[in-house]
Design a protein around this ligand. Structure first.
Ligand SMILES: Nc1ncnc2c1ncn2[C@@H]1O[C@H](COP(=O)(O)OP(=O)(O)OP(=O)(O)O)[C@@H](O)[C@H]1O
Ligand SMILES: [Mg+2]
Length: 331
């Protein structure tokens, strides 16, 4: 078996909490074990507050204090990022892992021309002349299909639409040829047509550059278009993982099934759109057993008593639910 590009093992990240916990802290991500192969798109899905962004920021070791990673390993090609010094970690962020966010405007400097911002990003992690960096920036703008790329180098962020600003961010992220791109809700702020174009771009780039993508979204339509594999998170834990086909065609966890039922493209047109009753409980107030028990339509009393074990359903598909039968294993 080849080594995964990135492996998370038993990741746990906490923040101080007003909930009545012994430590005064609550873990918002707990026991997260995931892997991403080189060149693969893994979608991380779940409702707001499930811990998707915290998982991503933990990978980059960008959790704002007083948040902290409590335990676990973050292995990039076998090397644990948690053991790296700050300068070494900065190098990983500049070269091997890049991230794009939902709102490109907040990540761009409003008073600097977008071309210059990409030039600066290139020169931050590579010793190249300004002229060479500018030529590379033009290539990158062309790669992300920026219309009228040459003229756009001189544009200020406010002169560009949301979709074009996101293209600048993608160009900047690609400038270091990352092995992994983390895209946190990359299309949520864009209108539907631009969303589709941006997704298409990500799909093309991923193939062209042989880059893995950790795609964070609550939009299952986006997942269906782009993901090879899917991990579903609920209340800080992964509850189901599988290939896109496993999860879309044979979802087993009641939470995944509810998410699919609430997806407009899959719901029957005559029926009102299904909504999962209630909301994700706040960190620190999660049930002791399966965390979905308070909203689950299939659970019984036992489900609330002990955390659900991981059950393997096939070589690619796993689920953490007391009610699902499968081979139980240790992790
Ligand atoms: N800086 C922070 N300080 C305290 N709590 C935080 C902080 N960042 C995140 N949290 C908490 O961690 C939990 C998980 O948040 P996270 O942002 O990872 O959710 P998410 O799945 O990305 O949701 P969304 O879909 O809304 O982006 C939430 O309960 C949130 O309140
Ligand atoms: Mg988020």
């Amino acid at each position: 078996m080849t080594q995964p590009l990135l492996e998370l093992k038993d990741l746990e990240t906490s923040f101080p909490s007003s909930a009545e916990t012994v430590s005064g802290r609550a873990s918002v991500v707990e026991g997260v074990t995931l892997s991403i192969d080189a060149g693969e798109v893994l979608a991380l899905v779940g409702e707001s507050g499930c811990g998707k962004s915290v998982t991503a920021l933990s990978i980059l070791r960008l959790i704002p204090k007083p948040g902290r990673i409590e335990r676990g390993e973050i292995l990039l090609e076998g090397r644990d990022l948690r053991t790296l010094s700050i300068p070494e970690m900065r190098k990983v962020r500049g070269n091997q892992i890049a991230m794009i966010f939902q709102e490109p405007m907040t990540s761009l400097n409003p008073v600097v021309r977008v071309g210059d911002q990409v030039v600066e990003a290139i020169r931050l992690h590579e010793k190249v002349s300004r002229k060479a960096a500018l030529a590379r920036t033009l290539e990158l703008f062309e790669k992300v299909s920026m219309p009228d790329a040459k003229a756009r180098l001189r544009a200020f962020p406010h002169e560009l639409s949301g979709g074009l600003k996101q293209r600048v961010m993608i160009a900047m992220a690609l400038s270091s040829h990352p092995k992994l791109l983390i895209a946190d809700e990359p299309t949520t702020a864009l209108d539907v047509t631009v969303q589709a174009q941006t997704l298409e771009l990500l799909r093309d780039l991923r193939q062209e550059m042989d880059m893995a993508v950790l795609l964070i979204t609550h939009d299952l339509g986006v997942v269906n278009q782009l993901a090879d594999r899917v991990a579903v998170m609920y209340a800080g834990k992964v509850v189901e993982t599988g290939t896109r086909e496993d999860v879309f065609r044979q979802a087993r966890h009641p939470y995944t099934k509810s998410l699919l039922r609430s997806m407009p493209a899959l719901a029957k047109p005559q029926e009102p759109l299904y909504e999962i009753a209630g909301s994700v409980p706040v960190p620190g107030e999660w049930p002791a057993g399966c965390r979905f028990v308070t909203r689950c339509e299939e659970g019984d009393d036992f489900c609330g008593e002990e955390p659900a074990p991981r059950r393997r359903l096939s070589h690619s598909h796993a689920c953490w639910c007391h009610r699902v039968e499968g081979v139980q294993d240790e992790s």
